[in-house]
Design a protein around this ligand. Sequence first.
Ligand code: C5P
Length: 206
Amino acid sequence: MIVALDGPAASGKGTLGRRLAQHFGLRHLDTGLLYRAVAYRIIADGGDLDDPATREAAARDLDPATLDPSLLRSSAMGEAASRVAADERVRAALLDVQREFAQRPPGAVIDGRDIGSVVCPDADVKIFVTASPEVRATRRWQELHASSADVSYEEVLDDIRRRDARDAQRAVAPLVPAQDAHLLDTTELDIETAFRAAVDLISAHR
Ligand code: C5P
């Protein structure tokens, strides 16, 4: 059982993915963390995010077992991740890790941007989670504010719009719903209602 959960920044797919995996007894992979970890490695080593060879080497050397999400969650790392994620060699280097994870029993919920379209085109269920940029910015701002990050709503909204544009316009694996994906627009839904809607979509395929 493979569930592909795609969508733009701060659409709620991370939270949904975790809860869905728990509910259905599946493993969960947040693939955004892989791209964030590549960017983190380059920055921590004092490398150049725009240098293709540096990016490719960081992606090839990535060991998913050593990911530390607490180092990777900042908006700055999201922005840096979206820059390295536009590079097709980085994407190619991360493909096997993601596919191996998907194939291991008992199956997985995998969230990202291109899971239903590129990584797991044969996924059993594909859900594309969206919400308006303003609602996504509000949710993300509340999260950041709760962890006492000093950032304004306008900064968060700008960051989301910039990342949406870069992720949707890149030449390779752009953010786009797979043709057979179910659209789940959470603009007007709280997390509980969105979770129930996703459970229903997945249960219908079992
Ligand atoms: O989902 P998250 O915000 O953590 O992703 C960070 C960045 O990584 C995204 O803006 C996107 O550019 C990139 N990404 C991607 N493909 C994925 C997951 C994330 O290009 N499957």
